[in-house]
Design a protein around this ligand. Structure first.
Ligand code: TXA
Ligand code: MG
Length: 357
């Protein structure tokens, strides 16, 4: 599975923008201030770009019904024009403003997993800004489980199109500081609601196929989905992945070369790290407590769980990258359950995968 999940394309584009002032507002995640939410909602209604926290990662939001506003997202992120956006809603009624032909199966999924990290791909309504769907007849929708996000969408009273709030090709942001590092001067506002709870992006499932297809694995597992709707498939072929254009690009990458180690014991991990150290600084992200006495190795220890990896993997890559290592060595975790989504993200970031027999 590991090798099949690693397409190699770089989506970065050099786009220059007239600098604007990016306003950072602190928001209490448990009790968002009404005045702050109103300020951000007014920005959305006025066609501006607002980054906000969700339970997965930070999103870069614009009014999904406003074509000009949606186009600004692509420019700010340097996002390829053929990669459609997820629309965020705060109610079932709002879902009906953007999507058509909502089947009983889709309703059952929504009932079980919303608000939460599940994105459903449905037939689109014509009122949605065309660029949201990047030329497709479908639309991806989810209801985030985050008080700030829900309050913002409700107050703006419009569905909000929001990709992850990183510069295209960089790791998704799990804190407001990550957003600022990538997009300062390129967007209007950031709502800082602290670190996100899950840390990796939502599961994307195409409900327009005769048998629903998971286009991007995420925190909601295939097994959990199958319990609700029965048969569901994982997209495998290139052809199927074309239906979720974002999955074709190399993603989530720090600047350093990432080497993923699958199944190695402590001594072998230490040997590989020592060999790389002969060249320059290296980073290590893993759950095995390695002991190498060398100031050139920077270690981010994680516990051996999908929760801990999901929450910290992007931040760890950013933190290590800031120290300019030549290599970041990442230790794999099990692909059971939620681990599958975590491993998919690490695979996409990796230039090299070493598997021991
Ligand atoms: O957790 C998340 O999903 C985060 C937060 C902000 O909600 N959003 C996010 O958005 O990860 P983004 O743009 O980074 O990833 C959206 C994915 C891409 O792989 C894109 O190709 C796919 O969803 N997608 C969007 N619209 C689609 C459509 N109509 N059909 C198929 N795939 C679609
Ligand atoms: Mg993204």
């Amino acid at each position: 599975m590991v090798a099949a999940l690693c397409p190699r394309r770089d989506a970065r584009k050099g786009i220059t923008l007239a600098a604007m002032k990016t306003i950072m507002l602190q928001v209490n995640a448990a009790q968002p201030s009404a005045a702050t939410i109103e300020q951000a909602a007014a920005m959305i209604r006025g066609g501006g770009l607002v980054a906000f926290p969700t339970e997965t990662v930070y999103g870069l939001g614009a009014d999904a019904m406003n074509e000009e506003a949606v186009q600004k997202i692509f420019t700010a992120k340097g996002r390829p024009a053929d990669n459609p956006l997820i629309v965020h809603v705060s109610s079932r009624q709002m879902l009906e403003r953007v999507a058509d032909e909502i089947s009983a199966q889709t309703k059952a999924l929504i009932e079980r997993f919303w608000a939460g990290p599940l994105t459903v791909v449905l037939r689109r309504k014509p009122e949605v800004a065309p660029t949201v769907s990047a030329g497709l007849q479908t639309i991806a929708v989810r209801m985030p489980k985050n008080k700030i996000a829900l309050a913002l969408i409700e107050k703006a009273d419009t569905p909000i199109a929001a990709p992850s709030a990183n510069f295209s090709g960089r790791p998704s942001p799990t804190t407001a500081a990550h957003v600022l590092a990538d997009l300062d001067g390129r967007i209007d506002m950031i709502l800082d609601g602290g670190a996100t709870r899950i840390g990796i992006e939502s599961t994307v499932i195409d409900m327009t196929a005769s048998v629903p297809v998971i286009l991007r694995p995420g925190w909601i597992t295939r097994e959990a989905i199958a319990e609700v709707i029965g048969e569901v498939r994982q997209a495998q072929s290139e052809d199927e992945l074309k239906r979720s254009p974002g999955t074709r690009y190399r993603h989530y990458s720090p600047r350093a070369r990432v080497v993923l180690l699958v199944g190695y014991a402590k001594e072998s991990i230490e040997k590989i790290c020592r060999e790389s150290l002969e060249q320059s600084i290296i980073g290590f992200i893993g759950h095995t407590p390695i002991t190498i006495d060398d100031s050139k190795i920077v270690v981010v220890p994680l516990s051996n769980s999908a929760e801990d990896y999901a929450r910290h993997i992007y931040g760890a890559m950013r933190e290590l990258d800031a120290q300019n290592p030549s290599v970041i060595v990442v230790e794999a975790i099990s692909e059971e359950g939620e681990g599958a989504a975590v491993m998919e993200r690490i695979c996409r970031a990796a230039s090299e995968i070493r598997i021991t027999s």
